[in-house]
Design a binder for this molecule. Structure first.
Ligand code: UD1
Ligand code: CA
Length: 456
């Protein structure tokens, strides 16, 4: 039986270089707090235990982290990475494999970590290292003349010779809990920073004849930590570039791969066109031949094959069926369903609106809490008056209803199939099938009208 995996995430540091009242690990990459990226990756590894060491901003971290499965360990004083791991260790069973991750290193791939954990046995531990052109500031990996890792030396404790080593410690390692429980109490803080270094366990392991097995990530961004907002932005751009490349590989044409942002999960069909400055949030799916114009925001939406979204449209919580068209300048709010071939045009807002196949709301309208049948035509300036200041009410328009321009539909109201509403009407009563309703002041034309004269 293989050992259960327990992940310990260090997230107690202050992050003073962020210059922020928000704890560093809550700053977002791709719309998600860095710490939550690390937690999601840990869950993807099938961790049996998820332990998070918090200190600075602990209450804020706990408050925004939905985490029934997380064991919190409070580190009151940040006495070093070894001390931090020790705070979580009492909650970890002796037979576990421990993987140490960091709340400010958000984008490590699960595959990289699986490879690292696979190196852990009774007589070996796994250490994730990376070769850097500029290793400044990092702990250096010290190897003997056989190439075996013997120690990690922190930059501030390193000799000039050791400072030339380009292989550095990412901080991420995996090791049996039983070894950790033996080694951590032996750490001392007699070093340049007066801290209990987790890294000192490497020399202890080597001294006991335990092999340090090294794994490396596919790219250095995977192990890049964030200390300031410049690094945060660099990691964000790297992530977005990777997403853009994935989308192009899967069949999307991007007008500019540098001008798309995916903050959530976006899945696509083939021959998708995405123009510049489009932001995707939450869970979005795009079918084949979907086209998205410039400057659109889509959040939690499903767009079926052939849907066209024109420029400057905002879509949230909507289901859009085949070949429907949206925008330009449309706002679809949660609960909007557009059936096949429906059209919602410029300066139209919808909310909890079911728009039947082939129906059109082409200009300047608000349609909320409404059900429209098929081939309904809603004229410009139509408003569903769905709210009396206290409650919301429904508007129902049957198949082929024609709503003249500038109509107010005072809900609750039902208009049966094939009815017609004259322009400028305020509709307060139901209309039967095929009827014409006109509800507006009658026009009077006054003959010989004298225009007012200017006072002298
Ligand atoms: C650490 C490693 C170094 C490695 C580098 C990679 C040690 C001693 N050194 O150095 O070899 O190259 O990471 O980035 O481990 N933390 C706590 N509690 C503490 C101390 C730290 O939660 O008491 C957290 C911090 O919030 C931070 C992380 O651990 O997220 C790393 O701590 P930091 O002190 O920044 O270590 P480095 O000096 O970067
Ligand atoms: Ca650091």
């Amino acid at each position: 039986m293989s050992a259960p995996l327990h992940v310990i995430i260090l997230a107690a540091g202050q992050g003073s270089r962020m210059k922020s009242s928000l704890p560093k690990v809550l700053h977002r990459v791709a719309g998600k707090p860095m710490l939550h990226h690390v937690m999601d990756t840990s869950r993807a590894l099938g961790a049996a235990g998820l332990h998070c060491v918090i200190g600075h901003g602990a209450d804020q971290v706990r408050a925004i982290t939905p985490a029934e499965d997380v064991h919190w360990a409070l580190q009151e004083q940040q006495l070093g990475t070894g001390h931090a791991v020790a705070q979580a260790l009492p909650g970890v069973p002796d037979n576990a494999t421990v993987l140490v991750l960091y709340g400010d290193v958000p984008l490590t791939n699960a595959e990289t970590l699986v490879a690292l954990v696979s190196r852990v046995h009774d007589t070996s531990l796994g250490l994730l290292t990376v070769d850097l052109a500029n290793p400044d500031g990092y702990g250096r990996i010290v190897r003997d003349h056989h190439g075996k890792v013997t120690a990690i030396v922190e930059q501030k404790d390193a000799s000039d010779d050791q400072k030339t080593i380009g292989e550095v410690n990412t901080g991420i390692l995996a090791v049996s809990a039983s070894h950790l429980k033996r080694w951590l109490p032996q750490l001392s803080n007699s070093n340049a920073q007066g801290e209990y270094y987790l890294t000192d366990i490497i020399a202890m392991a080597a001294g006991e004849g335990i092999t340090i097995e090294v794994a490396q990530p596919a790219t250095e961004q995977e192990v890049q930590g964030v200390n300031n907002r410049i690094q945060l932005a660099e990691l964000e751009r790297w992530f977005q570039r990777s997403e853009a490349q994935r989308l192009m590989t899967e069949g999307a044409s991007l007008a500019d791969p540098a001008r798309i942002d995916v903050r959530g999960s976006l899945s696509i069909g083939q021959d998708v066109l995405i123009d510049v400055n489009v932001v995707f949030e939450g869970r979005v799916t795009l079918g084949n031949n979907v086209s998205i114009g410039p400057n659109c925001v889509l959040r939690d939406a499903d767009l079926a094959d052939g849907v066209v979204v024109h420029a400057n449209s905002i879509i949230e919580g909507a289901q859009i069926h085949q070949s429907a068209q949206v925008g330009p300048f449309a706002r679809l709010r949660p609960g909007t369903v557009l059936e096949a071939g429906a059209k919602v045009g410029n300066f139209v807002e919808t909310k909890k609106a079911h728009v039947g196949a082939g129906s059109k709301i082409n200009h300047l309208s608000y349609v909320g809490d409404a059900t429209l049948g098929e081939d309904v035509n809603v004229g410009a300036g139509t408003i569903t008056c769905n709210y009396d200041g206290v409650n919301k009410f429904q508007t129902v328009l049957g198949d082929r209803v024609f709503v003249g321009s500038n109509t107010a539909l005072v809900a609750p109201v039902t208009v049966a199939a094939d009815a017609v509403i004259g322009a400028g009407s305020t509709i307060t009563r139901d209309i039967e099938a095929n009827d014409l309703a006109v509800a507006r002041g009658k026009q009077r034309n006054i003959k010989g009208w004298q225009r007012p004269q200017k006072n002298s």
